[in-house]
Design a protein around this ligand. Structure first.
Ligand code: AP5
Length: 222
């Protein structure tokens, strides 16, 4: 099995890379941000609660986030997938510890944690140009990864929108929250010998190749 975590600042390309790697290796892609946006779109109780935090660029409380992740992670062993990619989880020290407990109970281990490193200027450019499909959630960038037809999703033909939290004020708060609460996880996973730094600048394909190289290296050694 291949069980991965993608860590990094908002807009570093975690979601883009996690979805490519998940497709290539037949892994279940679990993105807590996508889970919350889906719950918001469906107007569920969790969605209504989570929306207050997403709007402000704050983290959704741990107990809600862990519960949402847990119920999806538990499906992995019987899903026919070769493992999972966690994208945007864990984001706090408490979430990381809870994940360890959960994986222990499920007799699963982490293969690697990728930290995608990108400069703050690049982050602002990536987030301000990001557009997502309102219907299927596929991610584009106006300059770096544009759709074939302006504002229309290549995959399902629906309209592209800008995420509410990709507005300048909220981006600022998300970056602040990231530095305070999520960045320290780099040390947590480095101490476990699981952390791999990936240079996140360059094209989407270049970053993907860097990740694949590390994965090949890990698999050869196991
Ligand atoms: P979430 O959706 O996880 O947002 P995030 O971590 O801020 O990350 P992003 O989705 O903004 O960026 P990304 O790194 O995935 O970049 P992407 O690949 O899209 O979370 C949203 C909110 O949900 C949080 O603020 C919080 O409220 C809540 N939440 C989620 N998880 C939580 C948790 N665990 N605990 C508590 N609350 C939680 O790329 C960005 C853009 O750049 C795209 O347009 C893409 O096309 C482009 N791009 C990607 N790679 C490249 C490249 N190499 N070159 C050029 N452009 C590129």
């Amino acid at each position: 099995m291949i069980n991965l975590i993608f860590l990094g600042p908002p807009g570093s390309g975690k979601g883009t890379q996690a979805s490519i790697i998940a497709r290539k290796h037949n892994l279940m892609h679990l993105a807590t941000g996508d889970i919350f946006r889906d719950e918001i779109q469906h107007g569920t109780k969790l969605g209504k609660e989570a929306e207050k935090y997403l709007k402000r660029g704050e983290l959704v409380p741990d107990h809600l986030t862990i519960e949402a992740l847990k119920s999806r992670l538990e499906i992995v062993p019987s899903s026919g997938r070769n493992g999972f990619v966690l994208d945007g989880f864990p984001r706090t020290d408490n979430q990381a510890r809870e994940l360890d407990n959960l994986l222990n109970q499920m007799h699963l281990t982490l293969t690697a944690v990728f930290f995608i490193d990108v400069s703050e200027d690049e982050i602002i450019q990536r987030l301000s140009g990001r557009r997502i499909c309102k219907s299927c959630g596929f991610v584009y960038h106006l300059v770096y990864n544009p759709p074939k037809v302006d504002e229309i999703c290549d995959l399902c033909g629906n309209k592209l929108i800008q995420r509410e939290d990709d507005k300048p004020d909220v981006i600022k708060r998300r970056l602040q929250v990231y530095h305070e609460q999520t960045k320290p996880l780099v040390v947590y996973y480095a101490e476990k010998g699981l952390l791999h730094f990936v240079n996140g600048s360059g094209s989407i394909e270049e970053v993907e190749q860097r990740i694949e190289k590390v994965l090949e290296f890990i698999q050869e050694g196991s």
